[in-house]
Design a protein around this ligand. Structure first.
Ligand SMILES: Nc1ncnc2c1ncn2[C@@H]1O[C@H](COP(=O)(O)OP(=O)(O)OP(=O)(O)O)[C@@H](O)[C@H]1O
Ligand SMILES: [Mg+2]
Length: 325
């Protein structure tokens, strides 16, 4: 497989009156062509911030301190806003933003909104854009007869699908879906996820699926990244992460999802709360909550290291602490 996107040592902070919020700190990962990658972790750990950095779409108080985002080897962080708008957003990377359902404009039909997105980015006739819009809706499971509906005539699941159709409208290589199913009830959520997965495979798309819900990631993605407080705690294939998690945080998180382990027994959540990213703990950011923390963890940030092929973990104690396996 070939790498589509490679993120190297990305550091993005938000400036605030009270200091810098260290939302993305030395994050590195890659995504191959046609691969789906899940980005999971508790609320506030920096998932959306990573996604925004990948499209250079961050708010004005965000600053990139270091890092590269290589799209087919070209660093998009070095591109001008104009170049990104012209060449990257929508055409190469598109995003279904968090709370996407509310992003639809209530005064235009669903089809017109997709047509508009196509015409803004591509030099095609209105007729062609219209045909493509209807075809995209069909692909995401919406009957063409509903194309001329207004957003209020759509259910939540349909709106989410329409947003997916819009994200696909300019044939991107990578779609980032930020909490695509969080607002939906469980049954609709499962349907929409199935559609997304099918579409991703059919179109050979690369996809980053962001969710705080581990079961969503487990069901949908080839690979999984677990984030904690602005850092990557662990990443590997989804199968490996859920069968053999190595980071104490992942172990706790996965153990707290009985749906995943198939066991009824412990629904023990990890004690304590994630840190305030204005002033995260020194050393390993997880150490105040970690049952295995030693002195080194309080001082030295653990590097993200490969324990075996394709499995990276940021923990000083990994392989030294048999009891937590
Ligand atoms: N514009 C901003 N200014 C200051 N801090 C921000 C800004 N946007 C986000 N943050 C902070 O950055 C951190 C990461 O936020 P982010 O939205 O990336 O988290 P998330 O993992 O997507 O959370 P959720 O699961 O709730 O969507 C949080 O501490 C958040 O409060
Ligand atoms: Mg978010």
């Amino acid at each position: 497989m070939t790498k589509l996107l490679e993120v190297r040592d990305l550091k993005m902070y938000y400036s605030t009156m009270r200091g810098d919020v260290k939302a993305v700190d030395d994050v590195s990962f890659a995504i191959e062509k046609g691969e789906s990658l899940g980005l999971a972790g508790e609320s506030g750990c920096g998932k959306t911030s990573v996604a925004l950095a990948l499209m250079k779409l961050y708010p004005s108080n965000a600053k990139i301190l270091s890092g590269e985002v290589l799209l087919d080897g070209v660093d998009i962080l070095k591109m001008s806003d104009e170049e990104i708008r012209r060449e990257v957003r929508w055409r190469r990377i598109s995003m279904v933003p968090q709370a996407a359902m509310t992003a639809l404009n209530p005064v235009f039909t669903i089809k017109d909104q997709i047509v508009e997105a196509i015409l803004t980015h591509e030099d095609v006739s209105e007729k062609e854009a219209g045909e493509r819009a209807v075809e995209l809706l069909r692909r995401v499971g919406i009957d063409p007869s509903r194309a001329s509906n207004y957003p209020h005539e759509f259910s939540g699941g349909m709106k989410q699908r329409a947003m997916m159709a819009m994200a696909l409208s300019c044939n991107p290589d990578l779609v980032i879906a930020d909490e695509p199913t969080t607002a939906l009830d469980v049954i609709v959520q499962a349907q929409v996820l199935k559609e997304i997965k099918k579409l991703q495979k059919e179109l050979g798309l690369s996809m980053i699926l962001i969710s705080h819900d581990l079961s969503v990631v487990a069901e949908t993605c080839d690979k999984t990244i677990i984030m904690y407080a602005g850092n990557i705690a662990e990443d590997s294939t989804t199968l490996e992460i859920f069968r053999h998690p190595l980071h104490p945080y992942s172990i706790g998180l996965i153990g707290a999802f009985p749906k995943l382990t198939g066991e009824r027994k412990r629904l023990e959540s990890i004690k304590g709360n994630p840190p305030n990213l204005l002033n995260p703990p020194p050393g390993c950011r997880f150490h105040p909550r970690c049952p295995y923390a030693k002195d080194v963890c309080k001082v030295v940030p653990p590097p993200l290291q490969e324990t075996h092929i394709g499995h990276r973990v940021a923990c000083h104690m990994v392989n030294r602490h048999p009891e937590y396996r």
